[in-house]
Design a protein around this ligand. Structure first.
Ligand SMILES: CCCCCCCCCCCCCC(=O)SCCNC(=O)CCNC(=O)[C@H](O)C(C)(C)COP(=O)(O)OP(=O)(O)OC[C@H]1O[C@@H](n2cnc3c(N)ncnc32)[C@H](O)[C@@H]1OP(=O)(O)O
Length: 263
């Protein structure tokens, strides 16, 4: 394949900067890293601030986005990732690309660090703290997951592969690990909808065990909003949706940033 000099330079730059090259019919579009581009707009972490921070520090601190595919993902996980990811960006009639109904949510091991002013805050508030679900280094060993949100439908889905370190009953996933994932998914969804929140109440019914190592689908839907309170419900099912593993409801209360960081 023969490429023009400009295309070669653009591709080289993209490789160096970790950017992606998107080809339209007649044009080449260089876009920022997926993880920064798809960060949702909410009061304490705008996509531009994440981008500014990462670019300011580039190439020394490129945040690792844990929700991108890795070699530990099984075929179910990859297929569902591709399914939702393909709806994040859709083709236009003139051969270009535009946003689709879904957004992939990036996932860092310390979100605080990548929020506005977060680099400083993350140094003074428990600098060694890491997001529980993203603190195990071995890929595939514990929580492998990726979340997508649909603003229009007020829905969130999470594709979750439960690694061997999450065992509860022999060969099954620990109920606390399932609760952790439900809290993470509906908590992130509530944050996306309402800004900073804390879990006030979580009710869970465990209907059928989840085999260790399997991939499941978590969904979160907004039930209602009442002042500072956001009510959501969640289901954990097999990837084809035929088997219900878990169902839950949660109440999230909006808090100030001060409340969150203990100020
Ligand atoms: C895109 C997003 C990226 C995000 C990255 C993040 C990823 C991580 C995601 C991980 C996510 C993990 C997330 C986590 O794990 S959060 C960690 C676990 N949660 C906590 O530790 C919360 C502890 N509790 C508190 O801090 C306070 O109690 C809160 C803040 C919740 C409320 O105290 P506050 O003093 O502020 O408010 P209030 O008491 O006036 O109550 C206000 C209203 O709420 C009603 N109420 C309160 N409690 C309950 C209850 N139990 N059942 C029913 N109703 C309840 C109450 O009646 C009142 O209603 P109304 O009278 O107004 O009608």
């Amino acid at each position: 394949m023969i490429r023009s000099r400009a295309q070669q330079i653009a591709r080289g730059l993209c490789q160096i900067m970790g950017r992606e090259l998107l080809k339209g019919n007649n044009k080449t579009i260089i876009r920022p890293p997926t993880q920064t581009r798809q960060t949702p707009q909410h009061p304490w972490s705008s996509s531009s601030s994440v981008r500014t921070i990462s670019m300011l520090h580039w190439p020394f601190t490129q945040p690792r986005d844990f929700s991108l595919p890795n070699t530990s993902w099984d075929s179910d996980m990859r297929q569902l990732y591709e399914h939702y990811n393909s709806m994040c960006e859709v083709d236009t009639e003139d051969g270009g690309k535009k946003w689709g109904p879904w957004r992939r949510l990036p996932s860092y091991n310390r979100s605080l660090k990548y929020a506005t002013g977060g680099v400083y805050l993350s140094k003074i508030i428990h600098s060694k703290a890491r997001l529980f679900t993203r603190s195990i280094k071995e890929q595939g060993a514990a929580f492998e997951y990726v979340m997508f949100v649909n603003k229009e439908e007020q829905k969130c889905v999470c594709v979750f592969q439960a690694g061997h370190l999450l065992e509860g009953p022999p060969g099954m996933v620990h109920g606390g690990a399932i609760a952790t994932m439900i809290d993470t998914v509906i908590g992130t969804h509530a944050t996306y909808l309402s800004g900073p929140v804390m879990t006030a109440n979580l009710n869970i019914n465990y209907c059928s065990p989840i085999p260790l190592g399997s991939t499941v689908l978590l969904t979160s839907s907004l039930d209602k909003e009442e002042g500072r309170k956001t009510f959501l419900s969640s289901q954990v099912t097999s990837t084809d949706g035929t088997k219900l593993h878990t169902e839950a409801t949660g109440l999230f209360v909006s808090v100030t940033m001060g409340h969150l960081v203990g100020a």
